[in-house]
Design a protein around this ligand. Structure first.
Ligand SMILES: Nc1ncnc2c1ncn2[C@@H]1O[C@H](COP(=O)(O)OP(=O)(O)O)[C@@H](O)[C@H]1O
Ligand SMILES: [Mg+2]
Length: 339
């Protein structure tokens, strides 16, 4: 998110506090449709929760962190949905030592991130909500409709009912590859506005993102960034062609069953950048690309390796024949894919 790299200026006459810069550039972090982000913000201002759905690696979690940090100052009130998630983790639990010593009391109550968000009027996040068991998901229904959590153990005290302070809301994420979104109960679906987060539509935007994140990852390691634009562009092009089942030129490509996500492209680019930093001059990092692609593709289905070879025999070879030096090098490395 951020403001497309625009500088924020304090209004004239405003005093900047100690150490606060007069001007601040906020870099764009989420690459995507501005209208989508605006709809998310509007949803969060209302009473329905926000459900971000999409393929893995499309920055749903990242967007949910950015939105909650922007709206309420923290992205830390989060519950990770798994088959083992319990209702306690969405509502409250107990500090058993205190419970045994004093009986139920506010001090002995251990609030869930959701309860904490309700008390503060903040945003709680539920990751991978469709992985939770249906009865656990159901507890979210009452929570979102009644906007309060009852604590029967504290009946008679003022803490027996926690009402949501104004501003409270939930952001949930769900993966389309997990069986589940369709299995969410109608009651729960009704309490969320769905927003679908798709892959980045534009090659240049995706390449720029991959470059900046790969650069950041080597710079964190204290090393310089030396990966040619041609290498990054070939990497992102290959990911996009395999993801879409069609090359940039319009040639047919057989799609692997693995998701060729931007997140994976970022991690391959990071690995290439680290290789270039730590083994400079040893070899051209372009030569590492086929092996990394094979690693990404082979995750779900062994037959995907054959699909990658098909991609090499089709678009990669044709581009080599058309005279592209980068694709020529990649074509010459086809044997790497035989393993
Ligand atoms: N549209 C995008 N904008 C910015 N970063 C992206 C985008 N798509 C993917 N990424 C990269 O993917 C990483 C992982 O995304 P994540 O939020 O974990 O995906 P998801 O929750 O959808 O599986 C991000 O940290 C970022 O590096
Ligand atoms: Mg996620």
């Amino acid at each position: 998110m951020g403001s497309d790299g625009r500088a924020l200026k304090l209004p004239d006459g405003a005093e900047a506090g100690d150490g606060v810069p007069r001007r601040l550039v906020i870099e764009g972090k989420f690459v995507g449709d501005r209208a989508l982000v605006e709809r998310c913000v509007v949803t969060l201002a209302g009473e329905r929760g926000l459900l971000l759905v999409g393929e893995p690696g499309t920055a749903k979690s990242m967007l949910s962190e950015l939105l909650s940090a922007a709206v309420c100052g923290t992205s830390g009130l989060v519950v990770q949905g798994t088959a083992g998630t319990t209702e306690d983790q969405l509502k409250y639990g107990w500090n058993y030592a205190l419970l045994l010593a004093q009986g139920p009391s506010r001090q002995a109550l251990v609030p869930s991130p959701v309860l904490t968000a309700m008390r503060r009027g903040g945003i709680a996040r539920v990751e991978e909500v469709t992985r939770c068991l249906p009865e656990v998901q159901d507890s979210l229904v009452s929570l979102l409709s009644e906007r309060r959590i009852a604590v029967p153990e504290l009946a008679g005290s003022q803490d027996a009912l926690a009402h949501a302070a104004p501003g409270f809301n939930l952001i949930a994420t769900a993966n389309l590859r997990d069986k589940g979104v369709s299995e969410m109960s109608a009651a729960l679906k009704r309490r969320f506005n769905f927003e679908t987060v798709g892959p980045i539509p534009d090659l240049d935007a995706e390449t720029a993102l991959v470059r900046s994140q790969a650069r950041a990852s080597v710079e964190r390691a204290g090393a310089p960034f030396h990966v040619d634009d041609a290498v990054l562009e070939a990497l992102v092009t290959a990911f996009r062609d395999l993801r879409e089942g069609r090359s940039a030129e319009g040639w047919e490509v057989e799609r692997p069953s693995t998701v060729m996500s931007t997140a994976e492209a970022v991690s391959v680019a990071g690995a290439l950048a680290l290789a270039a930093a730590y083994f400079p001059g040893d070899r051209d990092v372009l030569g590492l690309l086929p092996g990394h692609l094979l690693g990404v593709v082979r995750k779900d289905d062994p037959a995907d390796a054959a699909r990658l070879r098909g991609y090499w025999d089709g678009p990669v070879r044709r581009r080599a024949e058309q005279g592209s030096a980068t694709w020529r090098t990649l074509w010459d490395l086809r044997t790497v894919l035989e393993g």
